[in-house]
Design a protein around this ligand. Structure first.
Ligand SMILES: *Cc1c(COP(=O)(O)O)cnc(C)c1O
Length: 224
C-alpha cells in the first residue's frame, strides 16, 4: 500500500524550498513505483544494482533513477546507461570507473561524494579529509574526467532518536559542503546538492541545509 497522502504532504512541504524528494523504492514492487509516478513523482531511489536493472525497463523512461547504495566498481556498467545520480561515491577508483562507463554510453553521470558522519562503523563513506584528498587528486585529473559531474555531498545520520546528535552530524555535512564549494567549485554551478535525511530524520536534515531527502518507508510502508 503506497501512501499517497504522505506524498502529497511532503511535496507541499518541500515546494519552493529547493528540496528534492527522492522516493526510495528498494524492495518494493514496480506497481508501487508506477502509482507514485502516476501521481507525478519522477525521482526514485534504489540501492541494489540487480533490482534497479530489473525494474528500470518496466517503468517509464523519464524517471530519474537515483542510485543511493554502496556501489561496487564492477557493477557501474549495468546502471551507467540510464542512472541519473549516484549518491554514494566513496573512492577515486569508483569515480574513475563511473567516468569511463559514462563515456562509453556517451553521457555525463551526476554524482555525490559520500561523507561518513554517523557513529556506526558499518556505514560507508569518506572522512572530511578523505573527501578533500579525493578532490585534490580529481583536480589533477579533471581534463580526463569530463563524463562525471560532481554535484555535491551525501551523508547519512546515525540511527538514533537523539536529535542533537543528528543535528550535529547534518550540520557537519553542510559545513563541509560550503567549504568545498568555495575551495573547489567556485567556477561552476554544478556543486549544489546536499543529500541528507530519510523517513526518520528528514525534518532535521532540511533545517540543517539538506537539498535532497531520500524517503522510503514513509511513502511505501515498512520493508521486510
Ligand atoms: C533505505 C534508504 C533510505 C530510505 O530509508 P527510509 O528510512 O525507509 O526512509 C535512504 N537512504 C539510503 C541510503 C537508504 O539505503
Amino acid at each position: 500500500m503506497v501512501n499517497d497522502k504522505v506524498w502529497l504532504k511532503l511535496r507541499e512541504q518541500f515546494e519552493g524550498k529547493g528540496v528534492t524528494l527522492v522516493a526510495v523504492s528498494k524492495k518494493k514492487p514496480v506497481s508501487d513505483i508506477q502509482e507514485f509516478y502516476d501521481l507525478g513523482e519522477r525521482n526514485f531511489g534504489e540501492n541494489y544494482v540487480q533490482e534497479l536493472v530489473e525494474k528500470q525497463p518496466q517503468l517509464p523512461a523519464d524517471i530519474n533513477w537515483h542510485y543511493i547504495g554502496h556501489l561496487q566498481t564492477n557493477k557501474v556498467k549495468y546502471i551507467a546507461p540510464f542512472v541519473h545520480l549516484i549518491h554514494a561515491v566513496d573512492s577515486f577508483k569508483l569515480l574513475k570507473e563511473i567516468n569511463k562507463q559514462a563515456k562509453k554510453n556517451e553521457r555525463i553521470i551526476n554524482v555525490l561524494l559520500q561523507i561518513h558522519v554517523a557513529e556506526e562503523e558499518s556505514k560507508f563513506g569518506l572522512s572530511s579529509a578523505g573527501i578533500i584528498e579525493l578532490l585534490d587528486f580529481y583536480k589533477t585529473q579533471e581534463a580526463d574526467m569530463a563524463n562525471v559531474r560532481i554535484c555535491g555531498l551525501m551523508g547519512m545520520g546515525t540511527f538514533t532518536e537523539d536529535e542533537l546528535q543528528l543535528r550535529a552530524e547534518f550540520s557537519k555535512v553542510q559545513a563541509l559542503f560550503l567549504n568545498l564549494k568555495k575551495s573547489y567549485f567556485l567556477d561552476t554551478e554544478d556543486f549544489n546538492e546536499c543529500s541528507m535525511g530519510m523517513s526518520g530524520d528528514y525534518g532535521i536534515a532540511i533545517e540543517e541545509g539538506s537539498t535532497m531527502v531520500r524517503i522510503g518507508s514513509m511513502l511505501f510502508g515498512a520493508r521486510n
